[in-house]
Design a protein around this ligand. Sequence first.
Ligand code: ADP
Length: 408
Amino acid sequence: MGSGLTTTAGKSVLSGINFPADNVRALLDTMDRAVVVASRDGQVLMVNGRAKRCLEEQGKHNLTTLNIFEEVLNVRPQEISKRIESGENDIEIAGRNGSKSFQARLRWIPESDWIAIQFANEVIQKEENGSVQPTVQELLQEREITYRNLLAAYLKLQEVNRQKTVFLASAAHELKTPLAVIKGYYDLLLSNSLGKLTDKQKDILEESKESCERLVRLVSMFLNYSALESGKLVLQLRENDLRDCLEEMAGRWSEAFKRKGVKLDAQLDPSIPTFKFDYQKVQQAAANLLDNALKHTPTGGTVTLRAKPHFWERRVAEIAPVEERRRFRLPRPNSVEVSVTDSGSGIAPEHHQEIFEDFVRVDRNTSGMGLGLAIAKRLIQAHRGKIWVESEYQRGSTFAFLLPMDQS
Ligand code: ADP
């Protein structure tokens, strides 16, 4: 058959249809796109001149045995059938065939159960130009496809990551109750209620209890992290006294400091006014800093917890108009600076940024999950504050954060 309407079996496949084959041939040949008509399983029933030439140039001479879906569109016939049965009767397929990209539109013709395939920008144009350079439009389409694929993969990864966090959080949650029971029994034994303990027994139990407490801290650290990760960070902003908040927290740590022989000094400026902040969350952020300071300070060292009013220039520029600044004769404190200074091992400058990232740990000799600072950072940033470190290796560290007093 020539360049007109071609049937794969050499006879008119239109015999069962109520319109003359010549009319269809004329119609298909007027189209400036390559058109192939196939059965549901991909067998070629007819092609127009453009499609025939193009297929032949690709070495596909025997159209009777060609499966257009599998060998040209790289898609399984079952896949096409599935999409048709789910109600799609206009299907777009884009992809590559060897070094060439193509875009095809498949239309299902219910009366005959055929599929008409129209190629948009496929091999034909390139073959006719004799050029294998992709056109700008093709490159854009390809980029669009890559972008969509990447986006889909990214969303899938995010979902898998979320599921992993949820799973770990529920596992961590399950550990909480048994750990509380174990700790309760340690307290009971150490109080001598179940009989007097020898000094040796007491030492062993004290040490076991400390390990248990460390485990409790790790579990609750992870639970806090997973709660923040799942987007559940809602601040309970109330008018609170920051000195009460920090004193209460430091009180809870005093026993652990005593046990290690590290001095804990609290210098909380009495002029700090009450202001709105989330009591628990600020306590948690400061406790993470205190926990680290204790871990990294050797026996005989000192840790100082400070809080003082602070004038934060950047926040003024953000919120107060020039006139207001003049009227109040700023600088006057608009935030509070809280800091924890230790005489411990210090941190080399190249690690100052990364230690605030999730799961980053520098010192492998101490216990932890690399989450304490990442959690503190999230909590402080939720208050529109900032957190940073100043430290020199082997010369101690100061971790500090600023809390704006104008929370709303
Ligand atoms: P973790 O303490 O669980 O390792 P953090 O996020 O609290 O996780 O800290 C991250 C890393 O920062 C620690 O592994 C440690 O190397 C370093 N670091 C934090 N605080 C101090 C500190 N006060 N002194 C020395 N190194 C510290």
